[in-house]
Design a protein around this ligand. Structure first.
Ligand code: C2E
Ligand code: CA
Ligand code: CA
Length: 506
């Protein structure tokens, strides 16, 4: 299939765009989650800093009460601190390891849990002899042998950890012991996979633990709108790209490239004098050898060029290429020859045809080479002042005009009156089978009569056999062209044959 490669490229592009788009989305989702988690960690730290800050204030104030006594005044003072400072649950006064005064129990005597001594200022307890049912965060301030233990109910801390529970769960870690949002206390070695922030004020950290790794399903669930959008945009872009590739391969695009890259080559078909068979002229017929598609017929690309405004570039290219092909030749050695270029109505739209003819004349001045133009009657040449001016200039340059495809269109007489050509070219449609088809013979006879009447010479094209040739000679046609004499040949070969200038029968 002609567009197979383009379709494969476009489908590949579609998948690449989808893969690129969704990976970008996935990456963005992870980055956003990370940023959000970092914000949450900072928010938790600042809240916990303020809770522990209150405990620290309570602890430092209570150190003034450390005198081994637990009288009413001391008890009232520590209860007042518990009541006035937010988040503080208990205050206990200790002498060595002996807890002698508590905001909950008043004057007591406990031997306190020893594992945190001597110097830890902050620790997590799953239970304590003071308050066995609750886990506690304890803030510990020492003053010599004595110390104050301020308890903060973990309920406050759990609340903070719970607030941001989502795709991550959050834990607080103090000295290798962690507390999670459900109140569990466990030993924790912080691993690399955890996002951890440490407090700058107190010795603890908060970490985020992913609850479940991000799966394709959760990705789809949270981003399906945007994923669908990426698929739609990728599809749209791929279709546009496919259209572009198809356009690139279209005849028009290829033709423009061929003109730009000089891929069109002029071939020349000899025109011979009817009786002698001597070459007296040649018709330039462009050949397009496409590197991939091979030989493309002018019947395909000329109408396309006419429709798309490219034909005058082809005419110019043809004339310039022919000039290049005889540049190295000794033109003085050539016999009298007219080279006919096919032109279209569009060629008369500006001065480029005139300029090309002028440069042909310049290169062939004082030689026997002449330039002629074959104007098809199938497309009418506009009868405007500008066109008349161009024709006048062409005439002054000595450019010979020939009415091409005579009888096949509908403006043959108009063309004769308007351009006053020197030659009338009888189309191959009428010369083929002329020996047997009486209708065609009658038409050719008419054309010859019109030519005589208008003072024109006749060229019959499409002569393929000796019998055709004889018939046309007998009917009084002046010049002949066709496969019987020669197929169109490369310009260099044409000039070589012209130099030998022998009668031309293949
Ligand atoms: P056309 O002007 O009628 O040219 C004659 C066509 O008949 C040429 O076809 C030629 O190769 C072919 N031909 C010559 N002798 C014989 C023969 O004995 N038998 C048969 N069956 N055919 C013969 P080609 O080269 O394919 O060109 C087709 C048409 O394309 C031309 O028809 C002409 O209208 C157009 N064309 C070619 N080159 C140019 C160009 O440079 N500019 C313009 N405007 N038209 C061009
Ligand atoms: Ca022609
Ligand atoms: Ca023709």
């Amino acid at each position: 299939m002609r567009y197979r490669n383009s379709i494969i490229i476009s489908i590949t592009l579609f998948f690449l765009l989808c893969a690129g788009g969704t990976s970008f989305l996935f990456h963005q989702l992870i980055t956003n989650q990370k940023k959000l988690t970092q914000n949450y960690l900072q928010a938790i730290i600042s809240k916990l800093d303020s809770i522990i800050g209150n405990a620290s204030i309570a602890g430092h104030r209570a150190t003034d009460l450390l005198n081994g006594q637990c009288g009413n005044k001391v008890q009232t003072e520590i209860r007042k601190l518990v009541a006035t400072l937010p988040d503080v649950t208990t205050i206990n006064l200790l002498q060595g390891k002996n807890l002698y005064c508590s905001s909950v129990f008043g004057g007591v005597s406990f031997t306190s849990d020893a594992h945190f001594f001597p110097a830890k200022s902050l620790f997590l307890m799953s239970d304590s002899s003071v308050n066995p049912s609750e886990s506690l965060l304890v803030y510990h301030v020492s003053r010599g042998e004595n110390s104050v233990m301020v308890g903060v109910d973990n309920y406050y801390i759990q609340n903070e950890l719970k607030k941001y529970h989502g795709s991550y769960s959050y834990i607080m870690t103090v000295d290798g012991i962690s507390l999670d949002a459900t109140g569990n206390i466990f030993k924790n070695q912080l691993s690399d996979g955890q996002d951890t922030y440490s407090s700058t004020q107190f010795k603890y950290s908060v970490s985020a633990l992913p609850l479940a790794p991000l799966s394709l399903l959760t990705f789809w669930q949270s981003e399906h709108d945007r994923i669908l959008l990426i698929f739609i945009i990728s599809g749209g872009l791929s279709i546009l790209f496919l259209k572009y590739l198809i356009h690139r391969q279209s005849m028009f695009f290829m033709l423009r490239e061929a003109i730009d890259n000089n891929q069109l080559e002029p071939f020349i078909q000899p025109i011979v004098e009817a009786r002698s068979g001597n070459i007296v002229a040649g018709e330039i017929l462009m050949r397009w050898q496409h590197p991939k598609w091979g030989n493309i017929s002018p019947d395909r690309f000329i109408p396309l060029a006419e429709k798309n405004g490219l034909v005058s570039r082809i005419t110019e290219l043809g004339i310039q290429s022919v000039i290049r092909s005889f540049e190295l030749l000794d033109l003085k050695s050539l016999p009298l020859t007219t080279l006919f270029f096919n032109v279209s109505a569009a060629d008369f739209g500006d001065n480029s045809l005139l300029n090309a003819c002028q440069s042909f004349r310049d290169k062939t001045a004082n030689t026997a080479l002449h330039i002629g133009l074959e104007i098809t009657e199938r497309v009418a040449v506009e009868d405007s002042a500008f066109v008349r001016e161009v024709c006048q200039q062409l005439d002054m340059l000595g450019v010979t005009l020939s009415a091409d495809d005579f009888g096949t269109g509908h403006c043959n007489y108009k063309l004769l009156m308007q351009l006053r050509p020197r030659y009338i070219k009888i189309d191959k449609h009428f010369t083929q089978e002329i020996e047997t088809d009486e209708g065609k013979e009658a038409i050719v006879r008419n054309i010859i009569a019109i030519a005589k009447d208008r003072g024109c010479l006749t060229i019959a094209e499409g002569v393929e056999s000796a019998s055709q040739r004889e018939k046309l000679v007998a009917m009084g046609v002046s010049f002949l062209q066709g496969y019987f004499f020669s197929r169109p040949i490369e310009a260099a070969v044409f000039f070589e044959r012209l130099q030998r200038s022998t009668a031309f029968v293949e």
